[in-house]
Design a protein around this ligand. Structure first.
Ligand code: NAP
Length: 528
């Protein structure tokens, strides 16, 4: 959690004052209209049974043992949507025990039986995609269409891994001795602690829980305190799907206490984490005490390279998608748009024109493409990066300041003449700001692109086939999009190299993260 967020959010016995109290919207009427609409959604969600506001431990909806709660806000209005329990170590230990007990029966089911439960869960997620999308917009802020898109994407992991559950094959190894037979069995790793961020409140959970359950593992999920409601609704649907109590547990609240309990427990055999690199490193170090398996999906610093020979329309469309999805708040968002000098002016103009057309507003309003940033700390980070760039000679081509809507809305921004030494090129801006950098040669582009500790996603735009192969091979990244800005899918392996993480999610490779290999040697075969 960032310091800003820590300062703003604490557990309390009774909720009252607003997290956004110091940030009066500059257009109060607008804010009131949204609030009426959001209230309508909340009421409908409540009646559908999907607005769950307690943690889930061993199949029971549970409050924090000391009664403390945290408020969940609508980032578009600053209003409190719900109060959820502020849990800590004790609740987490009980969730771990429930998951441990459930592991013995869940892992003993046949793959086909587990597959059926997952398929049912997928069907329910899709049947409720509108409500789940509304929940995502309510607590995370992304436009409703994009939120419903996340539900389809997030659910696809449950469908895919329902199918993969039936394909966990072992091996028979030709023996070196005539009286022996050698086998490899693949078995579930055990109880999994899954810690997830706020930017994809559903998909970051299903990408972990889908393969974990498919392999026979059970899970303790810790969603972000900023977006727990989607996680709780998905957990409710998992129960309705017949996934047994204890197989899926959800705790939320005091992140470091929950994290410490997961790390300390010898019953937790795997930590899977998506979030910031700083927290990922802490969890990796903390896992050493009990030597857990670890998967980390951490921050990126994606280069998006536009070559002189790129198709301009394709490059503009692809960069727009890679940069501005979720208002720039994704780990695979283009963080540095690196443009060859021959196409720089043309690209900068066409791109700024396209960005200008992005409508900013509350995610529930028709036609909105850019919602608010998640909180005040996120806006302050964007502001400081933009100021640093300007003070070092970068030029604002579009935007460059808070939006007149107030709250945490920020203008979609394009900045030219950015250098790779500036803060905005060194770290994830995680906001709707596209910095443009110039380069002369292919070698220079590759050097700039690889000049970072991150290695998650990269994008290139070129019509030269040989160049696309050469550059793809030279880029030190886990994912590369060629002439395409949206590349994530459940069927392909997602993950980073260098300090962007360990392991892969999605695809057939995503199963290995939740399996152990057991070598069995059957000897003395020649005796009766
Ligand atoms: P974050 O601050 O690291 O939080 C991620 C999760 O870790 C949250 O649930 C958070 O809880 C929890 N957490 C924080 N401190 C912890 C601790 N000491 N022990 C255990 N858990 C702890 O990251 P974020 O700001 O939510 O997410 C943005 C980051 O995620 C960006 O860097 C982005 O690039 C990265 N990300 C990566 C991927 C990928 O696939 N590589 C995908 C999406 C996002 P609370 O929220 O309750 O504090």
């Amino acid at each position: 959690m960032t310091l800003g967020r820590m300062a703003l959010r604490t557990c309390k016995l009774l909720s009252s004052s607003s997290h956004f109290a110091s940030m009066q919207p500059s257009t109060p009427l607008f804010s009131r209209q949204i609030s009426m609409e959001a209230k309508g959604f909340t009421a409908r969600l409540n009646s559908s049974g999907l607005l769950r506001t307690q943690g889930l431990i061993g199949g029971r909806w549970t409050d924090a043992y000391d009664g403390k709660t945290i408020e969940v806000y609508n980032p578009a209005t600053g209003e409190v949507v719900a109060n959820v329990p502020c849990m800590g170590g004790r609740e987490t230990n009980d969730a771990i025990s429930s998951a441990y007990d459930a592991f013995h029966s869940w892992s003993k089911l046949t793959a086909a039986e587990r597959s059926k439960c997952l398929r049912k869960w997928y069907d329910l997620l899709i049947a409720h995609k509108e409500e789940l999308g509304q929940l995502i917009t309510l607590e995370q802020g992304k436009p409703l269409k994009e939120a419903i898109g996340e539900v389809a994407y997030g659910s696809s992991f449950i469908e895919f891994f329902a199918e993969e559950a039936k394909r966990v094959y072992g091996d028979i190894i030709p023996s070196t001795l005539a009286d022996r037979r050698l086998f490899v069995l693949k078995q579930p790793v055990g109880v999994v602690g899954a810690i997830t961020p706020w930017n994809f409140p559903l998909a970051m959970i299903t990408r972990k829980v889908g393969p974990a359950l498919a392999c026979g593992c059970t899970v303790v999920i810790k969603p972000s305190e900023l977006t727990p409601l989607t996680a709780l609704a998905a957990a409710e649907l998992s129960l309705q799907a017949g996934i047994p109590p204890g197989a899926v547990n959800v705790v939320m609240g005091n992140a470091s206490d929950i994290g410490d309990a997961l790390l300390a427990s010898p019953q937790v055999r795997k930590i899977t984490f998506t979030g910031s690199t700083a927290v990922g490193k802490k969890l990796m170090a903390g896992s050493a005490g009990t030597v857990k398996k670890v998967s980390l999906e951490l921050g990126g610093n994606a280069p998006c390279i536009i070559f002189n020979d790129a198709d301009l329309d394709v490059a503009v469309k692809g960069t727009l998608a890679a940069k501005f999805r979720n208002s720039g708040q994704t780990c695979v968002c283009a963080n540095r748009v690196i443009v060859q000098e021959g196409i720089y002016e043309k690209f900068a103009n066409a791109f700024a024109n396209a960005v200008q057309n992005l409508q900013v507003g509350d995610g529930f309003s028709e036609g909105v493409a850019q919602g608010p940033l998640i909180n005040e700390a996120a806006v302050q980070k964007v502001e400081s990066f933009v100021q640093d760039a300007i003070s070092k000679g970068a030029k604002v081509l579009l935007g460059g300041k808070r939006h007149s809507l107030g709250m945490t809305f920020y203008e979609p921004t394009v900045i030219g003449d950015v250098k790779n030494e500036m803060l905005i090129s060194r770290e994830e801006v995680f906001g709707p700001v596209a910095p443009l950098l110039r380069f002369k040669t292919e070698e220079e582009a590759i050097r700039i692109a690889n000049d970072t500790n991150a290695g998650l996603a990269a994008y290139i735009f070129t019509t030269n086939v040989q160049r696309s192969w050469r550059v793809c091979e030279a880029l030190e990244y886990g994912l590369v999009g060629v002439n395409e800005g949206l590349i994530s899918t459940e069927v392909a392996p997602f993950g980073g190299v260098k300090q962007s993480g360990l392991g892969r999610e999605g695809s057939k490779y995503g199963m290995d993260e939740y399996l152990e290999m057991k070598y069995v040697c059957l000897g003395n075969m020649n005796s009766n």
